[in-house]
Design a protein around this ligand. Structure first.
Ligand code: HEC
Ligand code: HEC
Length: 495
């Protein structure tokens, strides 16, 4: 792929994807305002210089002025941005109620809450994003809920950027539940293969690799994805596109072994190709696109961007297509999730606050931060950005934030690879996971379920799974003295 060509100062951004041209972008999308290209660069020049052995100004405020104090509560990921005006809190609460709402299958007496399915993975957003944190791994014998299985027919290969054909019967995703009168479309099996890694100091760490199977999905490539945490997403959406593009280095021109790429994906919200930011392979460009696909694919609910009431029922699933839905002619826009509710869910998703850091001035944390830099973790887990000035989104506007991600795709090697491309992301490519909130994961979720399929049960396990472009930094963690590793982990826990 040719590198993204960005013309700062002109009102066009042209990107070359799979040989075709896309653009120009709509100048009213202020968070991408390319004609402010110079301003964006200037904003990001305000990021304090990387000083890895010292506390940096404002680095404790991971989510900028919207950061909240991290208390010991399990609900620490469920707070609104601290800089939210009182007049907007009501919308946050309404969005929260919709995020928690339990949908029911049609027909039902509760008209405002029906339309679930007919095939679905869960009845509410919250059941997967538990306390706005990660999903729970299914116990042995349990029907998976927060661990989704996507599928596609890869056959002899799919051209980069070309859509992967869905499975002819199961569609794009395996729904593990069904409305009354219908059987769930497939059974997902999950087993674990254990392996172990010996560290330089002689200790061994055991790793588990998921072995996922789906009945009736012969010939399809499978990708298991666990629901991620929900904090700071509006801030990630507000990072200037040009600033993300600055790190794109598909041919590793700077020779550091790291060749990040932007995923380019179709945005139904903006009717154009845009850089992907959300999902484990950066398959969605905006929170609205992500919400729409969750409503459609995970819960079978029609919404302003995907107005299809039968969810992921395929033409082969006639009994599924024949079941009633929750569309109501003449009632507002008739959709199962109308525009007002849709906007409130997005407002909520945009405003879940990032907790501030703990102990960022501690000597061991600083030692760990210096190591994080020295061994090259920082080449993908980029620390800081300044977000766009956004007059209509004061909470996200012009904030210095510390997500520790470049939001780019990286080849993470065969150990983490699935076989399912998504947009430009190939089977072994994943979006650098933001690391803010990492140290609070177990407090919120009761356990660690890190990486895209939740296989890692600790921060160290997550690091040991790194391969491909991250092989060097991972090997450095294996061979470093135990004391250094403890410092690195202490730093990661402070995020
Ligand atoms: C069945 C479980 C499930 C349900 C229900 C669900 N999600 Fe998700 N969510 C996921 C998974 C899995 C991912 C990762 C998807 C991917 O990698 O493409 C995700 C990703 C996301 C992301 C992107 C986060 C990031 O860091 O990139 C957002 C935002 C989100 N979901 C919001 C919602 C909203 C809003 C709802 C309700 C309308 C919802 N989800 C319902 C499982 C679920
Ligand atoms: C080549 C880019 C790259 C480098 C270098 C890199 N990472 Fe990552 N990191 C990623 C990607 C991509 C993921 C998500 C992988 C997945 O989910 O399969 C990730 C995930 C993680 C996670 C799990 C986060 C979560 O939410 O589940 C941790 C912890 C982490 N990295 C720490 C580190 C540390 C520590 C280093 C240095 C030793 C490092 N990474 C180096 C790209 C990188």
């Amino acid at each position: 792929m040719r590198p993204l060509f960005l013309c700062a100062g002109a009102a066009f951004v042209w990107a070359s994807v799979a040989g075709g041209q896309i653009g120009p972008l709509d100048p009213h999308l202020n968070w991408q305002a390319w004609d402010q290209g110079q301003a964006e660069r200037a904003e990001n020049a305000l990021v304090p210089p990387e000083a890895f052995d010292l506390p940096q100004p404002f680095e404790g405020l991971s989510g900028g002025a919207g950061s909240i104090r991290a208390d010991e509560s399990r609900d620490v990921f469920s707070e609104p941005s601290a800089n939210m005006g009182f007049d907007r809190l009501m919308d946050f609460q309404l969005g929260n109620a919709l995020f928690r709402k339990l949908w029911v299958a049609s027909p039902a007496s509760t008209k405002a809450s029906d339309g679930l399915g007919p095939l679905y993975n869960s009845r509410s957003c919250q059941d997967c994003h538990i306390r706005d944190g990660r999903g729970m791994m299914p116990e042995a014998g349990q029907v998976p809920m927060a661990l989704l299985v996507r599928l596609g027919m890869v056959g002899d290969g799919v051209l980069p950027g070309a859509p992967v054909p869905p499975h002819p019967v199961l569609g794009y995703q395996v729904q593990t539940f069904a409305a009354p009168g219908l059987q769930a479309e497939a059974v997902v099996g999950l087993e674990w293969a254990e392996e172990s890694v010996r560290l330089g100091d002689g200790t061994t760490v055991s790793l588990r690799r998921p072995l996922v199977s789906v009945t009736g999905a012969e010939g399809a490539a499978l990708s298991a994805r666990l629901a991620p945490q929900m904090i700071g997403l509006g801030l990630l959406e507000a990072i200037p596109m040009l600033v993300l593009a600055e790190r794109v280095d598909p041919d590793d021109a700077d020779g550091n072994g790291i060749s990040g790429r932007l995923n380019m994906v179709w945005s139904a919200a903006h009717q154009q190709m845009l850089p992907g930011r959300f999902g484990w392979k950066a398959g969605r460009a905006t929170l609205a696109d992500q919400t729409a696909s969750a409503l459609f694919g995970d819960m079978g609910l029609s919404n302003p961007l995907v107005p299809l009431p039968q969810g992921d029922c395929t033409a082969a699933q006639k009994d599924c297509l024949a079941l009633p839905n929750g569309q109501e002619a003449g009632v507002r826009d008739g959709l199962e999730v109308d525009q007002t509710s849709f906007d409130l869910i997005n407002f909520y998703s945009r405003n879940l606050a990032v907790p501030r850091r703990r102990g960022e001035g501690d000597a061991q944390v600083l030692q760990g931060k210096a190591l994080f830099n020295a061994i090259g973790c920082v080449d993908c887990h980029r620390p800081a950005y300044v977000t766009h000035a956004l007059p209509d989104q004061p909470e996200q506007s012009f904030q210095l934030i510390w997500p520790y991600s470049d939001l780019l795709l990286h080849d993470m090697g065969p150990g983490l690879a699935d076989d399912l491309p998504e947009g430009l992301a190939m089977g072994s490519e994943w979006r650098t996971a933001p690391l803010w909130g990492l140290g609070l994961t177990a407090q919120v979720s009761g356990q660690f379920t890190l990486l895209h399929d939740g296989r890692a049960r600790s921060i160290l396990e997550a690091v040991l799974w790194h391969g491909g472009e991250a092989q060097g930094p991972r090997d450095a963690v294996v061979s470093m003295p135990a004391e250094d590793r403890a410092a690195l982990l202490k730093f990661l826990e402070s995020l």
